[in-house]
Design a protein around this ligand. Structure first.
Ligand code: SAM
Length: 255
């Protein structure tokens, strides 16, 4: 029996080139936003300079675009013809990813706005309060058929989503609170995604037993959701501390 998950502590560009063509049914990628040191945010009620780590510093708009295009190209080779990719980001990164995806001939299926009802306030009072992230859902090409669990999205139970009404079609605005404290007890990652977001994505776009990849795994949220839902998972991250955290989190599901 193959193991339920595998973690690679390395640069994703080095790892991605070693997988055979069409290895994955679904890819979830939450690449660096490349926004650190270029702005401020609110932390515990205080105004702080954004610093998520060296991996999150922008080089230039052109170089950031090349970075996104390179990993998106590597991922396209790895998707099965009926597989899908989800790319998540804020306005700092998502437009660059979206342009690269269109030029690489990905076929965009939906754009999801993940609305955070409990987002931090804007302390400068000069802008609207940032309270959503964007997810692009795409297929490898226009040709082909992708899997969509329409029934689970329409009739499933989403108790914390104040936008989703029971037994109505799932819309493209999802209300999901930011990552709760209980999901952070094994360690910290500055951009950890909520499990509810990844569970929804995986249920919508994969079947039990499917093979899922996350090239920017971070704290391993995709892996936790994948293994919990009976899918197989491969995750990559350059930071050894995040790989250890992801492994610990995923193993709790297997206990
Ligand atoms: C936005 S975070 C992902 C957070 C993740 N979705 C979670 O729920 O914890 C991006 C991650 O990409 C990793 N990273 C940055 N550049 C990388 C690269 N070239 N290869 C692999 N990982 C990379 C960073 O260490 C960081 O943990």
């Amino acid at each position: 029996m193959t193991s339920a998950f595998k973690i690679y502590n390395d640069d994703c560009f080095d790892v991605l080139q070693n997988f055979p063509d069409e290895s994955f049914d679904m890819i979830f990628a939450d690449p660096p936003y490349l926004l650190s040191q270029s702005g401020t945010s609110c932390q515990n009620g205080r105004l702080v300079t954004i610093d998520k780590g060296r991996w999150d510093i922008s080089r230039s708009i052109a170089e950031d675009y090349e970075f996104h295009k390179r990993w998106l190209e590597a991922c396209r080779r790895l998707l099965k013809p009926d597989g899908t990719i989800w790319v998540s980001g804020t306005y700092h990164s998502i437009h660059s990813c979206g342009l690269a995806m269109m030029l690489l001939n990905y076929h965009i299926l939906n754009e999801i706005a993940w609305f955070k009802p409990n987002a931090s306030p804007n302390l400068s009072c000069k802008y609207f309060t940032a309270s959503h992230e964007t997810l692009i859902w795409a297929r490898k090409s226009k040709k082909g058929k992708h899997y969509f669990n329409y029934d689970a999205m329409k009739n499933g139970d989403f108790p914390k989503d104040t936008i989703k009404k029971p037994h109505t079609q799932m819309r493209t605005v999802w209300s999901i609170p930011t990552t709760p404290f209980e999901e952070k007890t094994l360690g910290r990652h500055p951009t950890q995604k909520p499990l509810a977001l990844l569970e929804r994505i995986i249920i919508a776009a994969t079947r039990p037993g499917d093979n899922i990849l996350d090239p920017f795994m971070g704290s391993g949220t995709t892996g936790v959701a994948a293994v919990k839902l009976g899918r197989r998972f491969s995750g990559i991250d350059t930071d050894p501390a995040y790989c250890r955290l992801a492994e610990k989190r995923i193993k709790t599901v297997l206990l």
